[in-house]
Design a protein around this ligand. Structure first.
Ligand SMILES: Cc1cc2nc3c(=O)[nH]c(=O)nc-3n(C[C@H](O)[C@H](O)[C@H](O)COP(=O)(O)OP(=O)(O)OC[C@H]3O[C@@H](n4cnc5c(N)ncnc54)[C@H](O)[C@@H]3O)c2cc1C
Length: 266
C-alpha cells in the first residue's frame, strides 16, 4: 500500500503533519481503534529501487543494506470521503529516518507502508479515561479524545518542549489537560510519572492509555499497577521508542524489555 504526499503542515516546531492521498490508498481500511498505526517502509539513500515498491519483495530480492527502514506511525485521521490519510511525525533533530523524511516531504512524494494494525479504543464502559504520553503518542491521544462521548471524563498529561510545542485538542467530554514542559534537566524523564503520581484520581473505573518513551512508560505502568492497583486489562501501555536507541536497535531488545516490564509487578 502507498500514498502520495498531498500536503504537509508544520504543527509545532517539532511536529510535522503529512497528508497522503491518491489511488495507492484504495484498499485502505481503517480499524475501529483510535491508536491505529501503519508500518512505513522508507528506502535508504541510493537504494536500487524507488517510488512504489513491495517491501516484502525488496526484502526477498535485495541485499539487506538496501532494505527499507521500518517505522511505525499512528493514523491521526483517516478521511473516508476524501480517502486521505494523515500522519503526524515528531522531528527530533536531524537524527533518524522517518523524522527527516517528514521534515523534507513535499507534494508528490511517495510513502510506502504496510498495515494498519491497532489495539486500543477508549472503553465506553469506563468511568473515566487517563491518557499519558509524549509527542509520539499525541496523534493517538488526540484521536482517542475526539472519539469520546459527550459525558466522558478524560485526564490527560502530555510532555513537550515548551508552550510553542502544544497543540489544541478537541474532546466532546470533560477534559482535564496539563502539558508538562521539559527544561533540559536530567529529571525531565520523571515529569510524566511524577504528574501521574500527583493526580487525585476521579472515582470509578479508569481505562488508561500510556504510550511513549520506553523507560517513562515503564515507570508509569509500575506505579499504576502497584500503587494504584489498576487491573492490567484496564491499561494499554506501549513503549513506542527508546531514548538513545534508533528503532532498529530498539526492536532488537524490545521483546525482552516488554517481558521485563510485564514482570515488574507480580
Ligand atoms: C505503534 C506506534 C505508533 C507510533 N506513532 C507515532 C506517531 O504517530 N508519531 C511519531 O512521531 N512517532 C510515533 N511512534 C514512534 C516512532 O515510531 C519512533 O519515535 C521512531 O523511532 C522514529 O523514527 P526515526 O527514524 O525518526 O528515528 P530513529 O532512527 O528510530 O531514532 C534516531 C534517534 O532519535 C531518537 N528518537 C526517536 N524517536 C524520538 C522521539 N519521538 N523524540 C525524541 N527522540 C526520538 C532515538 O532514540 C534515536 O536516538 C510510534 C511508535 C509505535 C510503536
Amino acid at each position: 500500500m502507498h500514498g502520495h504526499v498531498v500536503r504537509t503542515e508544520r504543527l509545532t516546531p517539532t511536529l510535522v503533519r503529512v497528508v497522503l492521498g491518491g489511488p495507492g490508498l484504495d484498499g485502505f481500511a481503517m480499524p475501529e481503534s483510535t491508536d491505529a498505526y501503519v508500518n512505513l517502509a522508507i528506502p535508504p539513500a541510493g537504494a536500487p529501487y524507488g517510488g512504489v515498491f513491495d517491501p516484502k519483495a525488496v526484502r526477498e530480492e535485495q541485499a539487506q543494506e538496501h532494505w527499507p527502514a521500518r517505522r511505525r506511525y499512528t493514523v491521526r485521521f483517516w478521511d473516508e470521503a476524501a480517502r486521505e490519510l494523515t500522519l503526524d511525525f515528531v522531528v527530533h533533530g536531524d537524527s533518524g529516518v522517518a523524522g527527516p523524511w517528514a521534515a523534507s516531504a513535499a507534494p508528490g512524494d511517495v510513502l510506502v507502508f504496510e498495515g494498519p494494525g491497532s489495539g486500543y479504543r477508549p472503553d465506553a464502559d469506563a468511568d473515566w479515561h487517563l491518557m499519558v504520553g509524549d509527542e509520539s503518542a499525541l496523534p493517538a491521544i488526540a484521536a482517542s479524545l475526539e472519539a469520546l462521548p459527550a459525558d466522558a471524563v478524560a485526564v490527560v498529561r502530555l510532555v513537550c518542549d515548551g508552550a510553542e510545542h502544544e497543540v489544541a485538542l478537541d474532546c466532546p467530554g470533560r477534559l482535564d489537560l496539563a502539558w508538562l514542559h521539559r527544561t533540559g534537566a536530567e529529571d525531565d524523564v520523571d515529569l510524566l510519572a511524577d504528574a501521574v503520581a500527583d493526580l487525585e484520581f476521579p472515582a470509578g473505573r479508569v481505562h488508561a492509555f500510556i504510550h511513549g518513551e520506553a523507560e517513562e512508560i515503564r515507570a508509569i505502568r509500575r506505579h499504576l499497577l502497584s500503587d494504584r492497583r489498576l487491573p492490567r486489562a484496564d491499561m494499554s501501555c506501549s513503549p513506542y521508542w527508546r531514548r538513545t536507541m534508533d528503532d532498529e536497535a530498539w526492536r532488537r531488545v524490545k521483546r525482552d524489555f516488554v517481558a521485563a516490564m510485564d514482570a515488574d509487578v507480580a
